[in-house]
Design a binder for this molecule. Structure first.
Ligand code: NAD
Ligand code: UFG
Length: 336
């Protein structure tokens, strides 16, 4: 099959493209490179021996989208393009709704016009909000606490309404927990433009000397060591989850799956594992709690295991080792 991957040059998208190409699919990437680099396409080709087609452009351009879908005869779309920084979303709500909601709407309209009705959507555990119980399962109430999470939930709602109107669609909503790690080759990994916000890329850059220190956002949470606990998932496992979801898009329906490992690690767990793997000290200080952070959350990923036959296989050591390998091979990221 030919699969259109929006945001395919980004961190998660590039790993999905590798998995798809290795499974024998053809891949067309739409990306505007607002948070990625064209070099990624060469790296994907170096890993897989196959070069994805690149259609450089924006998901808010319906005419462009329809033409790409028709020109390359795409059978399904995996939609990752969007803005993803929780903190930034509070200051730039219109940009987030424009890119994440309006962009997704344009994509669904272009798909409808091109009669392509298989769609996998990158959602997030952030849609659940403050845990009513843990682990979160897919039936947990939805109450995102920030603009980013609300933008994702709006797209989930649009998908549900579209499916109610036309059950010919086949939809998979994947709610990611905390993706980390890199491809085992060290050729692709996480290299956001500007200052990273997430824990693991900051730790990797501190270990590699690209950044002076990590600030831990609060050590007074009601957890064993006082720091926030998250369900980290290796990006290669996450990518394989998409291939599994794609195989199940053959039947029409709307399905929602948590993609996580099902166990939480604290900030100190991650620091100590990374120090052990890299043999480098992680310089840190303790700062105040970050606005909107939750003490702990993790996934019940039983639905993905039961229905997709997928479960995460790689552990925290492997996540840190692959992250470190990418950092060592690309000390200044893709531009180095
Ligand atoms: P990323 O920023 O690395 O990738 C997103 C890609 O989309 C980038 O290559 C960017 O250039 C592109 N893009 C952005 N806006 C675009 C537009 N309007 N038109 C075309 N291309 C555009 O982010 P990522 O970490 O790979 O995340 C991918 C998806 O997964 C996002 O939708 C994100 O919200 C979701 N997600 C990420 C995480 C995470 O922690 N990384 C967690 C949950 C969900
Ligand atoms: N943390 C620090 N210092 C930092 C960065 C993070 O102490 O500089 C801590 C946070 O307080 C939290 C943990 O590390 O306890 C993880 O934080 P991240 O920013 O890496 O991840 P979040 O859980 O806040 O959010 C991430 C993505 C969201 C996504 C969510 C669930 O950023 O986009 O996971 O998938 F929605």
């Amino acid at each position: 099959m030919t699969i259109l991957v929006t945001g395919g040059a980004g961190y998660i998208g590039s790993h999905i493209c590798v998995s798809l190409l290795l499974q024998g699919h053809s891949v067309v990437i739409i990306d505007n490179f607002s948070n990625s680099y064209a070099e990624v396409i060469e790296r994907i080709a170096a890993i897989t021996g196959k070069k994805p087609v690149l259609a450089k452009g924006d998901i808010r351009d319906r005419t462009f989208l329809k033409s790409v879908l028709e020109t390359y005869k795409c059978s399904a779309v995996i939609h990752l393009a969007g803005l993803k920084a929780v903190g930034e979303s509070a200051h730039r709500p219109l940009d987030y709704y424009d890119c994440n909601v309006y962009g997704s709407l344009c994509l669904l309209q272009a798909m409808q016009a091109a009669n392509v009705k298989k769609f996998i959507f990158s959602s997030t555990a952030t849609v659940y909000g403050v845990p009513q119980y843990l682990p979160y399962d897919e039936k947990h109430p939805l109450a995102p606490e920030n603009v980013y999470g609300r933008s994702k939930l709006m797209v989930e709602t649009i998908m549900a309404d579209l499916y109610a109107a036309d059950p010919g669609w086949s939809f998979s909503i994947l709610r990611y927990f905390n993706p980390v790690g890199a491809h085992e080759s060290g050729l692709i990994g996480e290299d956001p433009r500007g200052h990273p916000n997430n824990l693991m890329p900051i730790i990797a850059q501190v270990a590699g000397g690209r950044r002076e220190k990590l600030t831990i956002w609060g050590n007074d949470y009601p957890t064993a060591d006082g720091t926030g606990r998250r369900d980290y998932i290796h990006v290669a496992d996450l990518a394989e989850g998409h291939v599994a979801a794609l195989a199940h898009l053959e039947k029409a329906g709307l399905n929602i799956y948590n993609l996580g490992c099902g166990r939480p690690y604290s900030v100190f767990d991650v620091i100590h594992t990374f120090e052990h793997i890299s043999n480098r000290p992680i310089n840190y200080d303790i700062g105040p709690r970050r606005a909107g952070d939750i003490a702990e959350f993790y996934a019940n990923a039983a639905a993905a295991k039961d229905k997709l036959g997928w479960e995460a296989k790689r552990d925290l050591r492997s996540m840190c080792a692959d992250m470190w390998n990418f950092q060592v091979k690309n000390p200044q990221g893709y531009q180095g």
